[in-house]
Every structure is written in C-alpha cells, then in structure tokens.
Design a protein around this ligand. Structure first.
Ligand code: PMP
Length: 289
C-alpha cells in the first residue's frame, strides 16, 4: 500500500507522522472521506471544497491548491491500483511544540490513504438498521461548529460508543435544544406523506455531500424535500427513515429506541433513492485516469 505524505508516495510502513503533530496531540486538523466507484471518484470537487472550508474555519492554510490536492487524490488511488474504494484525505496543523498554539506549527501535514471500506453488512441495507437516541448531545455551534469536519471526533465517538452498547447500528444525536441534529457519522432523513424532511445545518448537521445528492435526486423525481427542525417524535411516527453518508451511502433505518418506524421495513421512497444513488455513483465522477 502506498500512502501520499507531504508530496510523496511512500510505502505504508514509512508513512508516519510526528508524535508532536498537533493533529495527534489535539485533534487539530481537518479531513474528508471520499468514495470512488468503477474507476471514478464520486463528488471529488464537493469534498475538496468542504475540506478547504473546514480548514478556513479553523484558520489552517492548506499548503496546496485545491487542484493540486485533487490530483494528489487521483495519483494515490492510481498508485494503489484500485478501481473501487475509499479515500481518507487529512490535513493536520503539523508538527509543533507541546503548547496549544498553532503558531509553533509552520508546516501542515497532508496525507492521503486509498483503501477499501464496508461500513454495514449487506443485510442491513436490505432489512434496515436500528437507531438509538444517544445521551451525548451534538456539539453546539458556540463551542465548535459542527460544520467543520475536524479531526476532533470525540463528540461523535462518545455517541457511537453509546449506540454500540445499546446494540444499535447508528446513534441519533440531538442538539442542545432537543432537536434532531444527525447521527454519529451520517445525516438523517424522514419521509412522511411522500415528503422528505431533514434537519437544517443550523440544527447541528454536517453539510453532507451525500445529503446534497439526495436533495438533487428527490428534486429530479419531483419529490418535495425540505430542511426543517425535527424531533424524535417525527422519526417515531414517520413513514420511512434513512441515513446518508459517504461510507454508508443511503441506508434505511427501521427502528428508533425500540419503536418500529412504520412497519419496520425499508420504504419505497428510500428504495427508489437508493437505486438512483447506486446508478449515479457508478456512472458519474472524476475518472481516476
Ligand atoms: N455527519 C457526520 C458527523 C459525518 O461524519 C458524516 C461523514 N462521515 C456525515 C454526516 C455524512 O457526510 P457525507 O455525506 O459528506 O459523507
């Protein structure tokens, strides 16, 4: 396996960062998870744009242009001879002293891993997964914007541990006001009376790339889709519920807090979107070259 590290492709065993890297010491950095299917990278520009926005928000200057970084992603995939897989693109604050200040970190660390991924077993896509509401609230905008896809994922990890302990496939995270924000690594949608609703970004959701694709697909089908605050009640009483994420794609959720959502089976709108999404991932994207 070849890893891209600060401008070079190096063998996995040599791909190491310093123990003084603030990405490791403080979670100070940003990242993206990107999928490629059948030799094409899905929504590469959207991911690179979000990475640069996340970096800007934390006052981190990425030492390359977006075009250079995109080319580096393609080069890394090619170097590993993969056609289908997952890319982890990471920019950390870089090596510095033990203090918090990024001033001691003159050179951000950039690395890219191209690998494979399966998040949920096939069965969960067919039957749907169980959700549980986590006691851990989604981090507030006033603390650290949930819009920033930072290396500091402890908030989500605490919720993920709760979900796993409860035997659920994903954990539902509420914001401080009690409205639904998102899941630990996925956006959440409900369908009721043929209408699709998802929490607004302001509720604490990440501006998911897959989430945006679902808006495009729904509109192309003439389905009403909107951002509105929702509560757990709206999920308990929904006709359908599904989650979206780069790794998870679109996955039905059929239970929340031991209450079946509708009949506890993936619904028709979810299945329609899943089919279209699959088609899109296999027919569009930036060729690996
Ligand atoms: N929310 C969180 C907290 C995430 O980490 C992710 C991505 N892993 C998502 C939502 C989904 O975003 P995307 O569709 O861009 O992968």
């Amino acid at each position: 396996m070849k890893i891209y590290l600060n401008g070079k492709l190096v063998p996995k065993g040599q791909a190491a960062v310093s123990v003084f890297d603030h990405g490791l010491l403080y979670g100070d950095g940003v990242f993206e998870g990107i999928r490629f299917y059948a030799g094409r990278v899905f929504r590469l520009d959207d991911h690179v744009d979000r990475l640069y926005r996340s970096a800007r928000a934390i006052a981190l200057t990425i030492p390359m242009t977006p075009d250079e970084l995109s080319l580096a992603v393609l080069e890394t995939i090619r170097a590993n001879g993969l056609q289908d897989g997952y890319v982890r693109l990471v920019v950390t604050r870089g090596e510095g002293s033990l203090g918090l200040s990024p001033k001691s970190c003159p050179n951000p660390t950039v690395f890219i891993i191209a690998s494979t991924i399966t998040l949920y077993p096939d069965e969960m896509y067919q039957r749907g997964l169980k959700l549980v509401t986590c006691a851990t609230r989604r981090i507030a905008h006033g603390a650290l914007s949930p819009m920033v896809k930072s290396l500091n994922y402890l908030n989500n990890i605490m919720a993920k541990i709760e979900a796993e302990q409860a035997g659920a496939g994903e954990g539902l995270m509420l914001n401080e006001q009690g409205y639904v924000a998102e899941c630990t690594g996925d956006n959440v949608f409900v369908v009721r009376d043929g209408r699709i609703v998802t929490p607004p970004i302001a509720a604490g959701a990440l501006a998911g790339v897959t989430r945006a694709v679902v808006f495009e697909l729904a509109r192309s089908l003439g389905i009403d889709i909107r951002e509105e605050n929702i509560t757990r009640y709206d999920i308990y009483t929904a006709d359908e519920c599904f989650l979206t994420g780069t790794a998870a794609e679109i996955i039905p959720a059929v239970e929340l807090d031991a209450r079946l959502i509708h009949d506890g089976k993936p619904g028709p709108v979810t299945l329609r979107l899943t089919g279209l999404f699959r088609e899109l991932t296999r027919t569009t994207g930036t060729p690996i070259g």
